[in-house]
Each structure stands twice: as structure tokens, then as C-alpha cells.
Ligand binder design. Structure first.
Ligand code: TEU
Length: 541
């Protein structure tokens, strides 16, 4: 047994809660903090170690909380500061860490800082945001585009200048080149860290610094109109992933390190070679730059195997890996890969090397819910309709029980439930060992009890077709993970004795505890986690 002196987040399983959709207690159809408190025992039973809450701060909710008008309070929709304090202390009492969402790239246009900034060109807060004169013809200063459609520049009549917004016009970007902004935002972090929160997931971390010369972004030669969101007409060369962003991140990390055992996660959508730079020089950047590669890979064993290998190879020395299968911005995994393969995806997420983040509802196989046009809430879908960018379908209410509104609320929820809610809910799935919910619980437990799964090395095992095989090893403990990503049965045979061992977790649950012979037969969409017998030679790796 190796010494367990590693940071808590390296052996943790993180669970993302979208607070609007987790549990409502005041009957307004929107989730709240007291709802999360009510469900803490559920999270403990599921076996996760930390929860990350999407934004809960005062907000006009134009982007559902990612437009913050006060960083150091709680939106009344979600509750009060006293509810929050209670949530934090109860979570800690029950052994759960709490991570907040920190949105430093932009505020709400209703934040007092922006109200002051836009009031006059000579306002002391003018330079807290990014203001530019119009182009000579009166049009926006350059070709920068908003993620949510249209120019990223909004004209302000009163002062005759444009301000920059990477997202909605109601989300003006802060100027992180201004030291007063840096200080104010560091103080926001300290406010929550002093209360005892265990860390932050930082929104669009790679966007914080923009080109000082405001040069046009290059055109994207691969842009397909009508198939891709309009912001992809240009490559964000001068608006994201600039070298100077790493200085800002080092500053955030220094604040994190003023407190003990706190975690800095970065939301970063970049290819591996760029992503890994966010660990920072000497690992003084984000502890965990989110690895979103599973969100858009083709679901083929060879593609996934390559992606794991490429990620492992790209990691800097000492950089701790992490994996994500879903979040509030991307289509639900159960719909993307299908219900059967969602079990395989769960086994993958929870047996790979690195910290896994589970998106609420994925543990019950919540699908992407089709949203009727009169119930669309997401501003991205409203601005860029009809090409599938809408995020509401991945943000629908958690399904708890067979009660009305699935136990989420006593009144009509803000977004519709999935049509199968009467059977796809925690109460019903809990009765079936073979359910995806049972599988998540068994996998999380297996991970908890296995050094090899939590922190062991990763060794790909040569395989072909739809099989994805690897071994996790720590000391004498070796675990074989065998996943069938195909719709035909497959035989795992890697020599005469190599598969011999005991099944820790099988996707159906039916084989748990069985001993395996030299080869393993997998059904379509079946996976096994096998503790290899100590005297077997490892499969050829
Ligand atoms: O998302 C950033 C981001 O990369 C999004 O533009 C994403 O690509 C988009 O949602 C399409 O899937 C973060 C938050 O997670 C998102 O909810 C916010 O809307 C956005 O920042 C602005 O704060």
C-alpha cells in the first residue's frame, strides 16, 4: 500500500449540480439551496466526495446565473446567505466538499461596477470593462464575435463607445489588465474561501485576456454557414488563449493557496496541446483544467483509446488528469451514445486515471429532453435557433420519484421533465441492481476501495474492433477494465491466464463477485472491472 498523502481532490469524485434543476422546496418550480440540503443524504449514498454548484449569486438570469450582479451574496431565487452557510456546514459535516462557480470573465450589465462604468467616459470604473471607439464608419471596432451570436461589441449611446461582450450584451467583459479589477475579484474569492468553500470551478478561464491591440480575428476557412454557430466564422486567435492569461491564472492560484486544501478547476475548451498549458509553469496554474475531450469524441473504441493515450501523453509531469462526460452546456451523454452505451461511458469515467466529474442526472441516465418551442429558455438557442445549440435539454429537472413532477417540485418545473420520468427516477431505479443508478453507485464504491482505480497508473491493452481494454495498477493491485463499445458480443482473450481474477463491477451487476477464467465473454454494451489475480502476468500492455 502506498502512502495516501495526496491532495483530497486527486482521489475525489466530483458531482456537478445545476441548482435550478436539482430540488425545489419553495414550490416555484425552480430548485434552491434548501433543496440541495434536503438531498445531501442522497449525495452521500451515491458516494461522491465533492459537489460543484453552478452559479447561485444575485443575477438578472439572462444567462441563468452566468450574469452576476453581486458576487458576494445569494440570489433570493435560491435562498439566503444563511441557507448557504447551513448548506456548507451540513455538507462538511457529512464529508462532502463544496465547490462554487466563479465567473470572472464578465459581470451582469446590472452589476454596480458596470452601471458606474457606463455612466461616463471619466467614471473611475470606466476602465474596469473593455471600451473602444467606433470604427471610422461608426461600426464596431473590429470583427470580434459573440459566442451567442452577432458582434461582440455593443454600442453605448450615452458615451459614444462600444463595450466588449464575449457572450450576451448583458454580460460585459471585465478588463483583467486593470489591477483594480484583479484585486476586486481576488477579494471575491477570499470572501468565499474564508467561509470555507473548498474551491472554484472558473468559468471560461481561457477567455480572460484579449489582444491589447484589438486586431481582427482571422477568418475560419472551415466555417459552414447554417451548420455551425455564427461565432465560428472567425478563429478566436486574439480573443482567447492568449499567453498573458497564464499570469492572471497564477494570480488566482496564489489566492487559492492562501488557504489550505482548496481546489482550482478551469473551464477550458481547447485541444490537449493547448489545454495542458493551463496546469501552469511548475504546476502553478489550475489544479484541474477540465478535460472535455469525451464530450465530442466519436463513440468508437479506437477513437476513445487514442484520445486517452493522447491525453496521458500530453499531461505535464505531475499534472493530475480529470475526465468529464457531461455538463450544463453540452448534450446529455445518454442521448449522445444511447442508453446501453451510457453504462459503458459510466464505467469509463469512473475507472480512468484522474478525477471524474459527474453531471447531475447522468447517474439515472437522464436523456437530452426535447424542448417545445414555447418553453425554450436558453438565450443561445433563442439567438441562434434551429442548429442544435440549445442547452435547455441538458438542464431539465432531476427526477427523484413517481410523485407528481417526479418529486422535483410541487408546481410546474421551469423546464419539462423527460417523458419517461415515471420509470426513470431515483426511487424506481434504486429497486433494480442492473440500473444505471446502481451501476454508478457500485463503480463509485469500487473506486473508493481501490488504490489502483483511484491513483494507479494507466496501461492500455492492445485490442481491436469495439473493445476498449486497459489496466490500472498500483503496487501489486492490478485491475483490468474491459469495455464493449459495440452492439455485438465480444470475447476478451489476451493470453492463457491473463484475465483470471474476480469481477469487481459488471455493468449489469449480475457478474459482480464471479471469478473469471483466462478469457471473458462480454455481451453487447457490456463492461467488466476485474481485479486480476496476483499471480497472473499482466495482459500484454
Ligand atoms: O460556457 C463557456 C462556453 O464555452 C460556452 O460558450 C459553451 O461553448 C456554450 O455553452 C456551448 O455549449 C460557460 C458556461 O458554462 C455557460 O453556461 C455560460 O453560458 C458561458 O460560460 C458564459 O458565462
Amino acid at each position: 500500500m502506498q502512502n495516501e498523502q495526496i491532495p483530497w481532490w486527486q482521489s475525489a469524485t466530483i458531482y456537478q449540480i445545476y441548482p435550478r434543476s436539482f430540488q425545489d422546496t419553495d414550490g416555484d418550480g425552480v430548485g434552491d439551496l434548501r433543496g440541495i440540503i434536503r438531498r445531501l443524504p442522497y449525495l452521500v449514498a451515491l458516494g461522491v466526495d465533492a459537489i460543484w454548484l453552478s452559479p447561485i449569486f444575485p443575477s438578472p438570469m439572462k444567462d441563468f446565473g452566468y450574469d452576476i450582479s453581486n458576487y458576494v451574496d445569494i440570489d433570493p431565487l435560491f435562498g439566503t446567505m444563511s441557507d448557504f452557510d447551513q448548506l456548507l456546514s451540513l455538507a462538511h459535516e457529512q464529508g462532502l466538499r463544496l465547490i462554487l462557480d466563479f465567473v470572472p470573465n464578465h459581470t451582469s450589465e446590472q452589476h454596480p461596477w458596470f452601471v458606474e462604468s457606463q455612466s461616463s467616459r471619466s467614471s473611475p470604473k470606466r476602465d474596469w470593462y473593455i471600451w473602444r471607439d467606433p470604427a471610422p464608419d461608426g461600426r464596431p471596432p473590429n470583427n470580434w464575435l459573440s459566442e451567442f451570436g452577432g458582434s461582440a461589441w455593443q454600442f453605448n449611446d450615452a458615451t459614444g463607445q462600444y463595450y466588449y461582450h464575449a457572450f450576451l450584451p448583458e454580460q460585459p467583459d471585465l478588463n483583467w489588465r486593470n489591477p483594480d479589477v484583479v484585486k476586486a475579484m481576488h477579494d471575491v474569492m477570499r470572501f468565499w474561501l474564508a467561509k470555507g468553500v473548498d474551491g472554484f470551478r472558473v468559468d471560461v478561464l481561457w477567455h480572460l485576456i484579449k489582444d491589447e491591440q484589438f486586431r481582427d480575428n482571422p477568418l475560419n476557412p472551415d466555417y459552414v454557414p447554417g451548420r455551425m454557430p455564427p461565432n465560428q466564422q472567425v478563429v478566436p486567435h486574439f480573443t482567447a488563449d492568449l499567453p498573458a492569461v497564464h499570469d492572471v491564472i497564477r494570480g488566482l492560484r496564489r489566492v487559492i493557496d492562501e488557504y489550505s486544501e482548496r481546489l482550482l478547476i478551469g473551464e477550458i475548451y481547447l485541444p490537449f496541446d493547448r489545454l495542458v498549458a493551463y496546469y501552469g509553469e511548475e504546476l502553478m496554474g489550475a489544479h484541474l483544467p477540465f478535460n472535455f475531450s469525451l464530450l465530442d469524441t466519436r463513440w468508437h473504441a479506437r477513437d476513445v483509446a487514442k484520445l486517452i493515450g493522447d491525453y496521458e501523453a500530453a499531461l505535464p509531469k505531475g499534472g493530475w488528469p480529470n475526465w468529464v462526460l457531461g455538463n450544463h452546456d453540452r448534450p446529455r451523454i445518454a442521448t449522445r451514445v444511447g442508453f446501453a452505451q451510457a453504462h459503458i461511458a459510466a464505467m469509463l469515467l469512473l475507472t480512468l486515471r484522474g478525477t471524474p466529474t459527474i453531471y447531475y442526472g447522468d447517474e439515472i441516465g437522464l436523456p437530452q429532453v426535447p424542448i417545445p418551442s414555447d418553453r425554450i429558455r436558453d438565450p443561445f438557442e433563442k439567438n441562434v435557433p434551429g442548429i442544435g445549440v440549445g442547452r435547455d435539454g441538458a438542464r431539465t429537472p432531476m427526477q427523484w420519484s413517481t410523485k407528481k413532477f417526479s418529486g422535483f417540485s410541487t408546481s410546474k418545473p421551469w423546464l419539462p421533465l423527460s417523458v419517461d420520468w415515471r420509470v426513470r427516477n431515483v426511487q424506481v431505479l434504486d429497486q433494480h441492481k442492473s440500473s444505471i443508478y446502481g451501476l454508478y453507485r457500485r463503480l463509485i464504491q469500487a473506486r473508493r476501495h481501490s488504490q489502483a482505480l483511484r491513483r494507479g497508473s494507466y496501461h492500455p491493452v492492445v485490442s481491436d474492433g469495439d473493445l476498449l481494454l486497459y489496466v490500472r495498477a498500483c503496487g501489486s493491485e492490478r485491475i483490468l477494465v474491459a469495455l464493449n463499445l459495440g452492439s455485438e458480443p465480444a470475447r476478451v482473450s489476451v493470453g492463457s491466464t491473463e484475465c483470471t481474477g474476480k469481477v469487481l463491477v459488471s455493468t449489469s451487476g449480475e457478474h459482480d463477485g464471479e471469478t473469471t477464467g483466462p478469457s471473458i465473454s462480454l455481451d453487447a454494451s457490456e463492461g467488466f472491472v476485474v481485479a486480476l489475480a496476483a499471480n497472473t502476468s499482466p495482459p500484454s500492455m
